[in-house]
Design a protein around this ligand. Structure first.
Ligand code: ATP
Length: 367
């Protein structure tokens, strides 16, 4: 299977035009499931297309198992792609569609049949083999398209938002199936998505991109627990992290973070990092599950007005407004009772916050 190395790759569609991918260096290990995650237009598909050979990088190199494939056409790269809308021939049955990808392989008939059968069994699509695409649901079509990709026994799977057109329940059930399939086959997979839940649940590692630039690469829990910068912190996690633009203030024992009435006494590692910066402007980030709400006024707590409540059963999301600032979101247990218009008081604990430099936007733990 393929180890893929992208080295200083840049892609501009026209000279002086949009830089879709900027100096991207990324090492995808043999047998790894790497997710490219980022908002629309950040360069995910362009990166995937360059790996596939459908686009040629403006500069930089791409290597498969150490071999330079930058200028190789797609059919010489031994990769298979699955797209958002599966490309099945409408007049052919599931079986014939799957066989089509082996058409030029000159494999004996028995071998073709054996491969189709194996793929059908792995993807549990035996009942679809004799159906036409028009007789299949969206999820079934994506399964057949995936079978079509795996029968070729490629060195790498490139998947471009393959679950995006499916409903939420189907997406949820197909995610672990794709991960199991990738593990069973031991094949390298590059999976493009803008859905951070998909990325978190599927990736061995996630490469977060924004505006053509790689922001951070790491296992999902590392990206979540140690976001490298404000963009990653705000993009990974749902509901997103809350941010407060305040300052570090020296105290007798160390440093506090201060934003209006909100005062967080810093301790441990974050205090050590803050002490290196001294008194300065800083952005504090708190995940919604770590914002502490209370109903009575407290020293060091920020006053906010409840705007709405999303009742999710096992927990509630409280949406708050604070003097026209961006909305804040807190996840609370369902026994926290409040209603829109009520005033609540917000605090946070040092061990559950992140600090970011407002100029470089970097997490100060990385500085
Ligand atoms: P999406 O999730 O919406 O598909 P993406 O992250 O995959 O977005 P790309 O499709 O790679 O992003 O696009 C990156 C940038 O390159 C965008 O600004 C896009 O407009 C531009 N771009 C992509 N393809 C072309 C093209 N063929 N010609 C000109 N510009 C392009």
């Amino acid at each position: 299977m393929a180890e893929i190395l992208i080295e200083k790759m840049r892609k501009e569609f026209a000279k002086g035009g949009t830089v879709a991918v900027n100096e991207l260096t990324l090492h995808i290990k043999d047998g790894e499931l790497m997710v490219l995650l980022g908002p629309s237009g950040c360069g995910k598909t362009t990166t995937l297309n360059c790996i596939a050979g459908l686009e040629r990088p403006s500069s930089g190199r791409i290597y498969f198992n150490g071999k330079d494939v930058t200028n190789l056409p797609p059919h010489l790269r031994n990769i298979a792609m699955v797209f958002q809308s599966s490309l099945l021939y409408p007049h052919l049955s599931g079986r014939r569609n799957i066989e089509m990808s082996l058409r030029k392989s000159r494999l004996p008939k028995d071998e073709i049949q054996a491969r189709v059968q194996k793929a059908a069994s792995l993807l549990k699509i035996e009942p679809l083999l004799d159906k036409l695409p028009s007789e299949m649901s969206g999820g079934e079509r994506q399964r057949v398209a995936t079978a079509k990709a795996i029968v070729r026994e490629p060195e790498a799977f490139l998947m471009d938002e393959p679950l995006a057109n499916l409903d939420a329940a189907l997406r949820e059930s197909l995610r672990p199936e794709l991960v199991n399939l990738q593990e069973t086959l031991g094949v390298t997979m590059v999976f493009v998505t803008h859905d951070q839940v998909e990325a978190m649940t599927m990736g061995d590692r996630i490469a977060v991109m924004n505006n053509g630039n790689l922001q951070q690469v790491g296992p999902p829990e590392e990206v979540y627990n140690s976001p490298a910068n404000l963009f990653v912190a705000g993009f990974v996690g749902s509901p997103p992290m809350n941010f407060f633009s305040g300052r570090l203030a020296r105290t007798e024992g160390g440093f506090d973070f201060i934003y209006k009435e909100l005062q967080v006494e810093l301790s441990g590692r974050i205090l050590e990092n803050a002490a290196k910066l001294g008194e300065t402007e800083i952005v504090l980030g708190v995940r919604p599950q770590h914002l502490r709400l209370c109903r009575s006024v407290q020293s060091g707590a920020l006053e906010a007005r409840v705007f709405g409540i999303e009742r999710l059963g096992k927990e509630f999301i409280i949406i708050m407004e604070h003097e026209g600032d961006a909305r804040l979101k807190a996840i609370v247990p369902p026994d926290f009772t409040t209603k829109p218009g009520e005033i609540v008081y917000i605090t946070a604990k040092s061990e559950q916050v992140f600090l970011f430099d407002p100029k470089t936007e970097k997490n100060i733990a990385f500085m």
